[in-house]
Design a binder for this molecule. Structure first.
Ligand SMILES: C[C@@](CO)(OP(=O)(O)O)[C@H](O)COP(=O)(O)OP(=O)(O)OC[C@H]1O[C@@H](n2ccc(N)nc2=O)[C@H](O)[C@@H]1O
Ligand SMILES: Nc1ncnc2c1ncn2[C@@H]1O[C@H](COP(=O)(O)OP(=O)(O)O)[C@@H](O)[C@H]1O
Length: 292
């Protein structure tokens, strides 16, 4: 099969942009530019936005329908596509269709994942041949979480989230609650009450059960619905915050236990029942479609 034939069939397809959970998050310091140094564990979940790329002749990049509340020029999908063109001088155009399923500002990384899927898939469709390392570097200029979605495997992350080490962790079931509020990441990091001096730990400590999220205290105090969700979820299993929130989640050893908690919490909350996966669904699809 030639590159051209591969491109032709892949243009019409829907590409997943999965969500992530931060299974723990420690803030170990701060850089001179204000960004915080983290230790975190990312795992993907099988809850995805879906993105389709349509070729256009006029060289322009646009969205078929802007995401409500996000001006098109600010959309990370548009910014990622334009960044690829600027970096490579590519003159091709694209109209991008998004099926948005991930709640925004929930700590599930939807915007970052959309940007990563755009970088990875357009790199292939446009035949740009940028390396994964280059795409991760470009992605980091869009957001701290973009590199892990480009990398595509569960990771132990340090720095601001760009120093990644692949880890394989049990692929368990999760129940995720989206409290009815939007947490501003920047505001959390600006809080004077935030813990910024956690001791660094090792992967083995995380595996042994060290699940602390240093943002939890600040977010729980500022957002009553996050606090309430943590209380309700902790009736079933250890309740944790992903990223800077607002979503909270709990892990279950069996699908039955997760379903039971999901059914009960569904009466009161916007809730998702999802499986954790170590390989990003984007990469599973790229491998099966043979265009990586
Ligand atoms: C902390 C995490 C963990 O996954 O939280 P979530 O956003 O997923 O909840 C992310 O790394 C967030 O990444 P992302 O949401 O892309 O953040 P960015 O847009 O890069 O940064 C938003 C703002 O938060 C602050 N910020 C962000 C990341 C970081 N390590 N230190 C910071 O101080 C900066 O003030 C920055 O201007
Ligand atoms: N394609 C996109 N999808 C979601 N949010 C986007 C997108 N492009 C830009 N954004 C902006 O990024 C913000 C954070 O969104 P998101 O990545 O979903 O949350 P989080 O970083 O908490 O996981 C949104 O509030 C929105 O303003």
């Amino acid at each position: 099969m030639t590159q051209n034939q591969i491109n032709q069939s892949a243009w019409a397809e829907k590409w997943p942009a999965p969500a992530k959970l931060n299974l723990m998050l420690r803030i170990t310091g701060q850089r001179s530019d204000g960004y915080h140094l983290l230790q975190t564990v990312f795992q993907f979940i099988e809850l995805c936005d879906w993105i389709t790329f349509h070729p256009v002749d006029d060289g322009r990049v646009s969205l078929q329908k802007p995401i409500p509340g996000v001006p098109e020029a600010d959309d990370l999908i548009i910014r990622a596509a334009k960044l690829l063109k600027a970096e490579t001088g590519c003159e091709q155009g694209v109209r991008i269709e998004v099926e948005k399923n991930l709640p925004m500002g929930g700590g599930l990384g939807g915007g970052s994942s959309d940007a990563a899927t755009t970088l990875v898939v357009l790199n292939a469709l446009w035949g740009l041949q940028l390396s994964m390392e280059k795409l991760m570097e470009l992605g980091l200029t869009l957001g701290a979480d973009v590199p892990v979605f480009v990398y595509g495997y569960s990771s132990w992350a340090e720095g601001v989230g760009e120093k990644l080490e692949r880890i394989d962790i049990p692929e368990q079931w999760f129940v995720v609650i989206k409290p009815n509020c939007h947490v501003d990441t920047k505001e959390v990091f600006l809080s004077k009450d935030l813990t910024r001096n956690s001791k660094s730990i090792r992967i083995a400590d995380f595996i042994a059960g060290q699940h602390q999220n240093d943002c939890l205290g600040v977010v729980r105090e500022r957002y009553q619905s996050v606090k309430d969700a943590l209380v309700d979820l902790s009736e079933f299993s250890e309740a944790r915050l992903t990223g800077t929130g607002a979503c909270v989640f709990a892990q279950f050893d069996s699908e039955e236990a997760a379903v039971s908690a999901y059914r009960s919490l569904q009466k009161k909350w916007q809730v998702y029942l999802v499986k954790g996966v170590n390989e990003s669904p984007l990469f599973s699809k790229l491998k099966s479609g043979n265009i990586s």
